[in-house]
Structures are given as C-alpha cells and as structure tokens.
Design a protein around this ligand. Structure first.
Ligand SMILES: [Zn+2]
Length: 291
C-alpha cells in the first residue's frame, strides 16, 4: 500500500510533470472508483492543473480550484504515460481505474501525455473524488496531524491518551496521518519497540526513539522515492525495508530471523531480538513458518 513517502513522491512527480498542463479528457474504466458526482468528473476537462499535494495518504491534484483527490488503497498506483491511446478503454477490464489525458504546457505543444490510475487484484478499494475543497473528502476531514510534522512533545501528547497497541495506533489515520502497515513495521523496528507495546505506556526514552525513527524511516524512504520515475517507485520501497514483508529472512541489524504475526486480513513483521527482548510474540501461524 502506498504510504506517506510514496504519495509525497507522486505529488512531487506530478508537480513537475502535470502542473501547467490542461486536462483534456478523463476515461473512467472502473465505475466503482468514483465516490462523488457533484461536480462531475467531466467538469475537470478543459481546466489547467495548478498544483499537486498530499493529505496523509491521499493524493490531491488541484485543477484550477477543483480537486481530483485519489486514495490508492492497498494495490493502487499511478502510472505516468508518454503518449496515451486515443481509443477509450473498455470499462471493467484489467487494472485500469481512471485515465487522465493532459495536453499543452510551456514548450509542450502537441504532446498528449497523462496518467493511469490502476489497481491490481480483485479487492477494489481505490477511490477518486472530485471536490471543491479537499476537506469534503471524509477520509481527509478525519485525518490526524501529518506524521512528518510532529515534534516529540506533540507525538507524546498524541499517544498519551491512547490505551491501544502501538502498531494499530500508528496506522490509525485519525491519530496520525500517513503511516500504514509497511512503515509502521519499519518505524517500530528502528525504534526497537514491540508492536504490541501500549501507546500510553511508553517511557521517555522510548518516545524519543519512536519520534526519531518516525522521521528517519519516512524521510529516508522519501529520499529514495524522489526522483524515481513513478513506474519504479514501488520496487524502491521494497528495497529499503528492513523487516516488513521479510518474514523468515535475517534482520539486517542483528541477524535474527524476522518474524510475523498474522491477523484476519493483514500481518505484521518484527525482529524479536531488536524489539521484544528476544521473546517471540504470540501467533497461531508462526510455528508453521519458523522451526
Ligand atoms: Zn534484529
């Protein structure tokens, strides 16, 4: 799932490539992706892209005062396309959700480029909104403060009242905006704190480590993403990960085997030596995976 660093890098990419161009056409291929009807999607046609930014994990394209807001969900992505096909895509076929055609811009006469929003898999969650104000998107209105804009005192105040496990707290967008399943694993590993630690039970030292890890992991990932072509960003994310999606592989810090706790529809990865004093966390599937 794209998280703060990926979405921030996509926004930076679009600032460079889409701002100053005019939306000429939008092809909606996945009808369920569009969540708003007023203003209609077609109202963006003919308008210039004037900005690209991010709210948590939401991407926000400012199109002359209207906002095309995108949530990429679990398996969504944005692919920049040089030269888009003029024939409209067949609705409901393949991963394409929305195609945005762009034209013009300084020194770009005659170029017909744009981007595709795609989503792999059968569980469709990618969401597109056209709004006059980004705060009209319910998920944006509910966002907590941005993960990269918190100082250590603010983070401490945020967690102090939360009697819940850190893993779930860090990924709750209403508490903290931008961190998802992958980077929460990475942040907790870098901070050397158990994912099951209660948020309101952090020591001062743990809070300092958590804040430092939050910044380090997110800015490190962002640095790796920036300047990447949108098409290659996903691979870069995986390359920078220490524990997430690395079950059974050695921890790069200590060499212990990365372990996993699985839930109904998700899982977390961690290193017992680095994070839980060497004690494996309870998991019903773990005994099968590791011997
Ligand atoms: Zn380790």
């Amino acid at each position: 799932m794209p998280e703060l660093p990926e979405v921030e890098a996509l926004a930076a990419f679009l600032q460079e490539h889409a701002v100053g161009r005019t939306v000429t056409r939008l092809d909606l291929a996945a009808v369920q992706a569009i969540k708003t009807f007023d203003p209609p999607l077609s109202s963006l046609a003919g308008l210039e892209v004037t900005g690209a930014t991010r709210h948590g994990k939401f991407l926000d394209l400012d199109v002359s005062g209207l906002h095309l807001v995108v949530h990429l969900a679990r398996a969504g992505w944005l692919h920049w396309r040089e030269g888009l096909p003029t024939a409209p895509p067949k609705p409901g076929k393949g991963p394409l959700a929305l195609r945005v055609h762009l034209a013009g811009g300084p020194g770009r006469d005659g170029e017909a480029n744009g981007f595709d929003l795609t989503e792999q898999g059968t569980r469709k969650g990618l969401a597109v909104y056209v709004v006059r104000n980004p705060a009209e998107v319910p998920g944006i209105a509910r966002l907590g403060p941005d993960a990269l804009e918190l100082d250590v005192e603010q983070l401490g105040a945020l967690l102090a009242g939360r009697h819940a496990q850190l893993k779930g707290t860090l990924t709750d967008q209403t508490v903290l905006a931008g961190v998802g399943n992958a980077y929460s694993d990475e942040i907790l590993h870098a901070a050397r704190i158990s994912p099951f630690k209660m948020a309101d039970k952090l020591t001062d030292d743990e809070l300092l480590r958590l804040h430092a890890a939050l910044r380090e992991v997110l800015t490190g990932a962002l640095d790796r993403q920036l300047g990447q072509r949108a098409a290659t960003m996903k691979g870069e994310k995986r390359a920078g990960l220490q524990v997430h999606a690395r079950t059974g592989l050695p921890c790069p810090v200590c060499g212990d085997t990365v372990r996993e706790v699985s839930f109904a529809d998700t899982s977390l990865q961690y290193c017992a030596t680095c994070q839980t004093g060497g004690k494996p966390l309870a998991d019903r599937r773990m005994s099968k995976l590791l011997r």
